[in-house]
Design a protein around this ligand. Structure first.
Ligand code: G1P
Length: 261
């Protein structure tokens, strides 16, 4: 729920999913995260009040928010890791492929399409699972899931192996898993059989590694920024980057920045 400019991070993530054509969303939360549910629900009384006061802009804004997508929630009972959180979506997914978007990360693509839109296109064309990747310096690679694979063409890599947070000297490449995934429903079979891995947690990377041994998995290296809002420096950079995208504050923000340096 940490806001960037004027919207909570999770809203950017939901909007990114909607832009990529996703209509049904499940948000996995731990208990006590009611603020997220409250943010996306319909606020009938507030809408009536804004309507009465003629505050059309604000009214349209909150109506658009509650009408963004069909959003459901699942509670992760214990914080047993990302893989365990994703497993909470097993019933929701059924026999369909699903996109997984980590709710603490905003992705700004440099191309006309978002990273997720490109990933949906790759999945539609080639099938299998698709993982967003970013090249990282070796000094930071041990903070991520890391893949190995071979060039497939069209800027895509065919992944054959993944490892969660390897030691820098043992990393199979410098390509880091980056907060967006499209997975086939078999991932849930593998997640159910995944034992605790790095940090004693159920890691989605381990289940993906098992899936990659049996099905096609592609890696898409996107051009743009991956903004981890849980990181102080990236949180500040995100506000600047996205503030500069807003026509109503861009000029004043730019003046302020020029005065700083
Ligand atoms: C998670 C994943 C990791 C991935 C990272 C960034 O790690 O386990 O594979 O590279 O997100 O998307 P976390 O940042 O939760 O430790």
């Amino acid at each position: 729920m940490i806001p960037v400019v004027d919207k909570p991070t999770i809203q950017y993530v939901v909007e990114e999913a909607v832009e990529a054509g996703i209509e049904e969303i499940l948000i996995v939360v731990s208990s006590g995260k009611d603020a997220i549910k409250d943010h996306f629900r319909t606020h009938a009384e507030l809408e009536a009040l804004l309507d009465k006061k003629g505050k059309t802009d604000a009214l349209e804004c909150i109506q658009a928010l509650s009408g963004l997508a069909r959003i459901q929630y699942a509670n992760q009972l214990e914080m047993k890791g990302l893989g365990d959180a994703v497993l909470c979506a097993k019933e929701f997914a059924g026999q369909d492929p699903v996109a997984i978007l980590l709710g603490d990360t905003i992705i700004r693509s440099k191309s006309g399409q978002s990273a997720l839109q490109s990933m949906v296109r790759i999945h539609d064309k080639h099938g299998g699972s698709v993982i967003a990747l970013r090249k990282m310096p070796r000094s930071r690679i041990s903070q991520y899931g890391v893949v190995s694979g071979k060039e497939f063409g069209e800027g895509i890599i065919e992944i054959d192996h993944l490892v969660e947070k390897p030691l820098a000297e043992k990393a199979p490449s410098l390509l880091a898993v980056s907060a967006r995934y499209i997975v086939t429903p078999r991932i849930f079979e593998f997640l159910e059989n995944t034992k605790p891995g790095f940090g004693g947690e159920i890691q989605i990377t381990d289940a993906l590694n098992a899936l990659a041994a049996e099905e096609r998995m592609f890696g898409f290296q996107f051009e743009g920024s991956r903004l981890d809002i849980g990181n102080k420096l990236e949180f500040i950079k995100s506000n600047l980057l996205m503030g500069l995208e807003r026509a109503d504050i861009r000029d004043d923000l730019m003046t302020f920045l020029k005065e700083l340096v």
